[in-house]
Design a protein around this ligand. Structure first.
Ligand code: NI
Length: 175
């Protein structure tokens, strides 16, 4: 297992749809392990494979940030079954450090995907968990929270991010 560098806004892998995983292999299980370690070290409550430079439809969510193994959710090729309600809450992203925004998200979601054992599973989430599923599934569709802001906010943030990406300067918080 290894902590991998987190890819930042502007890298192609974050802005294009990821590929479907054809089969759950040991490589995919190793990817899941690396993703969890990387997420905990960051720390964060979720991570998608493109955030460590791998363009595959693999996500993890763990609201306990590694504290409670029962809360770790690993999904390969996740899809929405249903989405209900609307809510706007502030969120951030490990690939957009120092920035936050409040995109419109569903209040409740039901998602399905494949677990590390290759079998299908279904999860439901409300509030923060619903938001985490949506945020991570957005990642594998090549979308970041920035892309879901109102046009004015999105353009303003995108201009700042373009400068950061050009300078490869992600160490400081937003001024
Ligand atoms: Ni993110």
């Amino acid at each position: 297992m290894a902590i991998r560098p987190i890819v930042k806004w502007g890298e192609d892998v974050l802005h294009a749809p990821s590929a479907t995983v054809p089969e759950v292999t040991d490589d995919i299980r190793a990817l899941l392990d690396d993703m969890h370690q990387t997420m905990i070290a960051a720390p964060g409550i979720g991570l998608a494979a493109p955030q460590i430079g791998v363009g595959l439809r693999v996500i993890i969510v763990d609201l306990s940030v590694g504290e409670d193994p029962k809360q770790l959710i690993e999904l390969i090729n996740p899809e929405f079954i249903s989405r209900e309600g609307e809510v706007k809450e502030e969120e951030g992203c490990l690939s957009v450090p120092g920035y936050a925004g409040s995109p419109l998200r569903p209040r409740f979601v039901r998602v399905k995907g494949i677990g590390r054992d290759g079998t299908e599973r279904v999860h439901e989430g409300e509030g923060l968990l619903a938001r985490a599923f949506c945020h991570e599934i957005d990642h594998i569709d090549g979308k970041l929270f920035v892309d879901r802001l109102t046009p004015l906010k999105r353009d303003l943030m995108t201009r700042k991010l373009r400068k950061r990406a050009k300078a490869n300067d992600w160490d400081d918080q937003e001024p």
